[in-house]
Write a protein of this length. Sequence first.
Length: 188
Amino acid sequence: MTHVAQAVALAAALVSLATGVLGAWHWWRVRPSPAFWVSCRLSQALLVVQALVAGLLAALGFDPADGLYWLYALLPVAVSFVAEQLRVTSAEAVLDDAGLESAQAVGELDETGQRSVVLAIVRREMGVMTAGAFVVPSSRCARGEPREGSLARTAKSGQSPAPARDGSLLISQPSRNGGNLVGAGLPP
């Protein structure tokens, strides 16, 4: 079952990445795109499926080695929900910027003014949803076991971290509050 969760997470990440790229391209070109909105809804559907699979795994007693699994499985749904809420408010922001009291006031503008306001609303909505789409692939795909980076392997082996190409070290040192403070690019 974890293979199904990984496949759904990978599909959601790839579709979200494609949605983000498509949205960024059309946003930059100032062009409405029906394909973007279809891709956006497909991405959201995959995120819901991913959350349902995670819920099924939880119901079956799945206990991942990395507790962050649940965050990686459910956070994209929350981000998508927040992006939708911001999309809804973006039309109001455009109307306020144009000095219009309501959507009905747009109908009182000439055709060029109407098209300009509508295009500004669609562009802002596309920008918000594009930013939301990029969040999903920027987090790693949810997995049942943690991915160990080179720093984690180094800590387990007891060796000193190797210098980066520029001669800096990635180090971990205790902070004042007892947690770990990770610094990058510190001179050796």
